[in-house]
Write a protein that binds this ligand. Structure first.
Ligand SMILES: Cc1ncc(COP(=O)(O)O)c(C=O)c1O
Length: 467
């Protein structure tokens, strides 16, 4: 019986094929050309996206790699998925691209239908959406929304005072209040100006950029496999929750916390997991102290964890206040449930485009496709298969801290150098894969990654460790 992926991509290659070093000569020359006008130091190789198909990326030198990184976790349905190509060629799409509206002032007649196609797949209890351009941008809007709401609460929705207005023009209190967003250590919420103050994963992202003096709390450092270390992990999570609450209280006089932001799995910071109980604890503490709770699902959202939205696995007593998304959604923004979070006046949350209708159309198609094809179920099945396959390398002592939900899987190598050798070695053998944290390898395949692809990956892992 042909697999779902084979039906969608009948011409998908059966295996990788590597003809040159990666990056090969054409990739290198192209990067040199690009760098005449555009800094490209982080480029691994140059993609030939017209030839890439399904789970395979083709590079400028004609190498075909099984892609477990998928444009930093952002291609949900494989390269050149026919359903997305069809949506991209629609009249609605041409209209959105050719006549890109300034949505805040002149929303398109189709906008209502476009956002309905998003909200239909929003987490339970989130009828509202605000759209954005990237994960960082989505977080920025969510943070601003939290600040606006907190200020409205404080002034009991009264009109702005003259003093507030004039002080805001000189970036001063009370118009520009001292208030903060609390994020967790090792977290990553983006690189734009406000979001960067909540990012705590690596110095290279932050060095030389002025930052807000905002608080952090520890994210649990758990021992894997989680099921076998429940007691000590529970204690670690309780320690972190205690420090979270103490920090919120301590900062009430210094710079009150408007919102706590957390990733369901800290991704760039090293694929650090926590239990539903930990996140339930955050919900309870934030409620108690009138602090908003923002879940950053930029990397975990849209199926890869085996749930459409990762936080749906937490069984919260009440939903988070906002949930940001981007990457696999191909558009960005945040969903929310409380209409009180709407700013009271126009132009408070506003910019020219407020997102991008063309990508909202694509997102609507992606969400529908994931749901109608029940891709979260296959992600769970395939994720289990990959983990079982990787277990034997852990038992042999080659890797450690194997962890993951769905196909959102990671493991550690003994040193950062060993990790970098592993990812480069995998590319040379035809598997494109990424790292995160200090010495972790992370798997971020698309949602049509199947057992046959996992076998190819596991075979490459085996070759790397038998060298
Ligand atoms: C959890 C999380 N939040 C925010 C971002 C920032 O998204 P973007 O790179 O689209 O600005 C990322 C990017 O990796 C992320 O993983």
């Amino acid at each position: 019986m042909s697999s779902f992926c084979a039906k969608v991509f009948p011409t998908e290659p059966q295996a990788p094929s590597v003809k040159s070093a990666i990056p090969g000569p054409k990739s290198k020359d192209t990067v040199t050309d690009i760098e005449k006008h555009f800094e490209a130091k982080a480029a691994y190789f140059v993609g030939d996206y017209s030839k890439s198909i399904g789970n395979y990326i083709v590079d400028a030198d004609g190498n075909t790699l099984l892609d477990l990184y998928m444009q930093i976790a952002s291609i949900p349905l494989g390269y050149n998925n026919p359903a997305i190509i069809e949506a991209a060629g629609s009249k609605e799409m041409i209209n959105a691209l050719v006549n890109r509206p300034a949505t805040g002032n002149f929303p398109s007649a189709d906008f209502d239908s476009q956002i309905q196609r998003l909200v239909k797949y929003a987490p339970h209890g989130f009828p509202y959406v605000w759209t954005a351009l990237s994960g960082s941008d989505a977080n920025e809007w969510a943070f601003k929304t939290a600040f606006l709401w907190q200020a409205d609460q404080d002034r009991n929705y009264a009109a702005f005072t003259k003093e507030e207005e004039s002080s805001s023009m000189i970036n001063s209190v009370p118009g520009c209040p001292v208030r903060s967003i609390l994020s967790f250590r090792q977290s990553f919420h983006g690189r734009t100006f406000g979001a960067l103050s909540t990012t705590r994963s690596k110095p290279i992202h932050k060095l030389d950029i002025p930052a807000f003096d905002w608080p952090t709390a520890p994210f649990p450092a758990l021992t894997y496999p989680l099921e076998e270390h429940q007691k000590e992990n529970d204690e670690e999570e309780q320690r972190c929750l205690k420090e979270l609450e103490e920090t919120i209280i301590a900062w009430k006089t210094k710079s009150p916390v408007a919102a706590v932001v957390v990733e369901p799995v800290q991704s760039e910071g090293g694929d650090n997991h926590a239990s539903p109980k930990f996140f339930q604890g955050i919900r309870d503490i934030t409620k108690k102290h009138r602090v908003l709770f923002i879940v950053d699902e930029v990397q975990t959202g849209v199926g890869a964890t085996g749930h459409f939205w990762a936080h749906e696995a937490w069984n919260l007593t009440s939903p988070p206040d906002m949930m940001t998304f981007s990457k696999k959604a191909q558009t960005a923004g945040f969903f929310y449930g409380n209409p009180e979070l709407w700013p009271r006046q126009p132009y408070r949350n506003f910019n020219t485009w407020i997102g991008d209708p063309a990508h909202i159309i694509i997102a609507g198609k992606i969400f529908e496709y994931v749901s109608e094809n029940n891709l979260t179920a296959s992600v769970q099945r395939v994720g289990k298969y990959i983990k079982e396959g990787l277990l034997k390398f852990q038992e042999a002592g080659h890797i450690s801290r194997l962890r993951g939900v769905g196909t959102f899987i990671a493991f550690d190598l003994p040193t950062p150098e060993a990790r970098d050798q592993f990812t480069a070695g995998a590319r040379a053998l035809g598997v494109n894969i990424g790292g995160c944290g200090v010495r972790s390898v992370r798997l971020r395949p698309c949602l049509l990654f199947e057992e046959k692809h996992a076998d190819i990956f596991l075979d490459v892992v085996s070759k790397l460790f038998s060298k």
